[in-house]
Design a protein around this ligand. Sequence first.
Ligand SMILES: Nc1ncnc2c1ncn2[C@@H]1O[C@H](COP(=O)(O)OP(=O)(O)OP(=O)(O)O)[C@@H](O)[C@H]1O
Ligand SMILES: [Mg+2]
Length: 291
Amino acid sequence: MDATRIASTTNVDIEATGVRVPNTPQDAHPRNPEDANVHLETKDVHIWFGQRLIIEKVNLSFPENSVTALIGPSGCGKSTFIRTLNRMHEFIPGAALAGQILYDGKDIYDAHVDPVDIRVQIGMVFQKPNPFPSMSIKENVLSGLHLAQIKYENPDEIVRNCLERASLWTEVKDRLNASASSLSGGQQQRLCIARALAVNPKVLLMDEPCSALDPGSTRRIEGTIKELSQEMTIVIVTHNMAQAQRVSDYTAFFLAEEGAPAQVVESGRTDEIFMRPKDPRTNDYVNGLFG
Ligand SMILES: Nc1ncnc2c1ncn2[C@@H]1O[C@H](COP(=O)(O)OP(=O)(O)OP(=O)(O)O)[C@@H](O)[C@H]1O
Ligand SMILES: [Mg+2]
């Protein structure tokens, strides 16, 4: 779906003339993420690999049903940070974390919280499409349900619904039993999105989901992201500044300076980060002067 349709379905102004004027997607959201209905929130998050502090004191809010882009130079810790948001970080030997990650107000790292349950509710799509190659398209969509041991009825309905929401249905509906490896890279990435959707996540984390894709596939996935954001909270890492502006409502700029740990230099509404950045380093980065 394109931005125009989002705007027209989510937010319209009625001018004195009575003419309904669609706003930009960002106008559907408050100026500051903290003022919105916060879904996911980080408080004083610090991240280490071994003795090395990688990320320092990150306080970010991710409003419900919005898209937040994480931007910053290579190696500054965007992937590391996004992995902490659904407890994927703890799979890495030597990884440590301090601070809190609140999901609907509750710390996902509390001792009594089941990490598997968190990863069902907060799904993830990786940079490289990673469908199970020996499984069919249909089996791939249903695989997350099996792995999480979620009981389900009507598999055909689930498969169709998830593939439709991932904008892949029309391309694969006649070959659902074909191997996932027979799909193109862009189709495989949309299949991974469909697989993530099958467990019905409330938050979707995406780490450079379009970095290996052609412009057409990228646009289709961006459309999918905008559409999904009407019903879930999305966090996306991207190096593509045009993509951040097209797809996100909010942006956070990460930067690690001179061997220091990365911090968030600036965060807020995407239009403001790109058009009226407060920090000169943000201005230089979004205008391609470094990174
Ligand atoms: N498993 C690991 N063990 C030790 N250090 C790591 C590990 N993974 C990442 N790092 C280091 O953490 C820092 C942040 O890496 P990360 O992959 O999060 O950066 P990034 O911002 O996602 O970069 P890119 O844009 O290139 O993907 C880097 O210095 C990296 O070398
Ligand atoms: Mg990365």
